[in-house]
Design a protein around this ligand. Structure first.
Ligand code: ZN
Length: 418
């Protein structure tokens, strides 16, 4: 008991006075089943938002308004229940053998007769497959075609999906996403090796629920400058906390690297900066919601900022922080050359990261709408052998954290260089 108490004291001490935020613990928690992949089923993203707000409070961040939450709404398609796909005699494994199209319609216990579409016929037009009886499902095999042909076939697939249930057979890695729309018919992506037996029938039972106005929120914490805070410049750190959520009852996407790891980094930096606060700066930490649904949270913030965006001296967006064996990339490096030169110089002097790679602007994370408004920003991501991305294996246990702490030091020094 005494041992347990002193252990507890050590933990408390480390948290209150120590140097390090327990980032691995928080990342693992955000990836746990009760957070449901931080999506739109089982309140996953809402639970994650509450956890982050509680961490902000522990660290000592202040809210910028009455509380940390900035709420916004948007439409989203969800799959909250049964998700059963039987091809011939085989029950396929969701997330392993197949993905439900993020915009797929649901279907209750339907037996479909399989129609294998000839790729050459489909390449020319979808007319040969029109109209499609309700009890048929069209299968398009896109494996083995060149990029140009594949592009045309993808367009045809989208055309088929306006009047028929479809299956795309592919040998590509299965990579899921989120949709703000719902298509009129069910559609799936299936690995071609799961369809080798060329089944004549498939049985599908898929529950879907379209939510026209799901309410999510950005979580915003603040460390004010010492005097006349509002007049001092702002340094901003951002990371999205949402992920893809659930695809049926039993399958969720943990989103460890993308982007529980970035939230871990944001909290780690927030704690460090709160302990050694430069009083000349306002620091703002924003955990964005609904990034995976199309940068929804960050767009909302840029359109409804809680302080003048022109006061932002620099913004660092962290997304995919869990590896780093092959260094990091800075998106927008070519736009902000002086800052990038300073980042690489600090890295050389401190020998923090093996490589700091330059990349041009890209609309691939939450920095994007800030960049569009003229806010100087980098989007930093780590690179390494962990290739799990938008799949069910992006788990906390798969993160190496190869660059996490030295990267945090690099980013802290970079922020102190303004
Ligand atoms: Zn991400």
């Amino acid at each position: 008991m005494r041992l347990a108490l002193s252990f507890l004291w050590c933990l408390t001490y480390a948290f209150v006075f120590g140097q390090q935020y327990p980032y691995k613990q928080t990342i693992a928690q955000l990836c746990a089943p009760e957070y449901a992949g931080r999506g739109y089923v089982d309140s996953g993203c809402i639970r994650a938002a509450d956890l982050i707000a509680a961490e902000f409070k522990k660290i000592g961040l202040q809210p910028l308004q009455r509380n940390y939450q900035q709420a916004f709404s948007f439409p989203v398609q969800t799959f909250p229940g049964t998700c059963l796909f039987v091809a011939g005699n085989d029950t396929l494994m969701p997330g392993i053998d197949y993905l439900v199209d993020p915009a797929s319609a649901g279907v209750r216990s339907e037996m479909y007769k399989v129609v294998y579409c000839n790729a050459a016929t489909l390449y020319r037009s979808v007319n040969a497959f029109k109209p499609c009886p309700k009890d048929r499902i069209l299968v398009v095999n896109t494996t083995g075609f060149g990029a140009d042909t594949n592009k045309v076939l993808q367009t045809r697939l989208r055309e088929l999906q306006t009047f028929a249930a479809t299956i795309e057979l592919t040998s590509n890695k299965l990579t899921w996403s989120v949709s703000q729309q719902a298509k009129p018919y069910p559609s799936f992506q299936v690995l071609s090796n799961a369809f080798e037996a060329k089944p004549k029938y498939v049985f599908i039972d898929l529950e879907s629920k379209f939510i026209p106005d799901f309410t999510s929120s950005n979580i915003i914490g603040y460390l004010p400058a010492a005097k006349k805070a509002k007049k001092k410049p702002y340094l901003v750190v951002t990371a999205h906390y949402d992920h893809l959520g659930k695809m049926g009852n039993d399958t969720y996407f943990p989103g460890a690297n993308d982007n529980a790891s970035g939230v871990g980094m944001l909290l780690y930096l927030a704690q460090q900066l709160s302990q050694q606060h430069d009083p000349n700066y306002n620091y703002v930490f924003i955990a964005f919601g609904a990034e995976e649904a199309g940068l929804v949270g960050s767009r909302y913030f840029v359109e409804h900022p809680l302080f003048a965006l022109k006061k932002i001296k620099f913004l660092l967006n962290t997304d995919i922080m869990g590896s780093g064996e092959e260094g990091i990339t800075a998106v927008n490096a070519t736009l902000f050359k002086t800052e990038f030169a300073r980042l690489t110089q600090i890295n050389q002097e401190g020998s923090y990261i093996t490589q700091v790679k330059s990349r041009g602007p890209a609309a691939n994370s939450d920095h994007y709408f800030f960049t569009e408004k003229g806010v100087p920003a980098f989007f930093i991501y780590t690179m390494g052998p962990n290739k799990h991305y938008h799949d069910i294996e992006d788990k906390a246990a798969a993160l190496s954290y190869a660059a996490f702490e030295p990267l945090a030091q690099l980013l802290l020094e970079f922020m102190r260089s303004f």
